[in-house]
Design a binder for this molecule. Structure first.
Ligand code: SF4
Length: 108
């Protein structure tokens, strides 16, 4: 597995944030309670998947093995519907507990 240095991480983070801004990532939760599609343009830009164990590390260099939506600070577990819960990064759309995207931020 390729390791990344701080510069690469910051570059990737900056690219992700640019994609977020371009896609209206921080939009109001107009589509809250709707499952996030992996084909959603923002989801694609952030390499969202419903199964973190299938993340291609070559395409998602910030992915760390074991990270997944349920351990992300943006996953709103208190409002979960089964194995899905709203994600603050996707306007409240439901993401899979076992999912992952490049905006992953570990809970403190
Ligand atoms: S921001 Fe966090 S909870 Fe939302 S899709 Fe990405 S990894 Fe999952």
């Amino acid at each position: 597995m390729k390791s990344i240095d701080r510069r690469d991480f910051l570059k990737t983070a900056a690219t992700s944030l640019a994609a977020v801004a371009a896609c209206g990532f921080i939009a109001a939760p107009a589509n809250a309670q709707e499952k996030l599609s992996v084909n959603d343009p923002t989801a694609k830009a952030l390499n969202y998947t419903e199964d973190a164990s299938k993340v291609d590390a070559a395409k998602a260099p910030t992915y760390k093995k074991g990270s997944h939506c349920a351990t992300c600070a943006l996953y709103q577990a208190a409002a979960a519907k089964g194995d899905y819960a709203p994600c603050g990064a996707f306007g409240g759309k439901l993401v899979a507990a076992k999912g992952w995207c490049a905006a992953y931020a570990p809970k403190a």
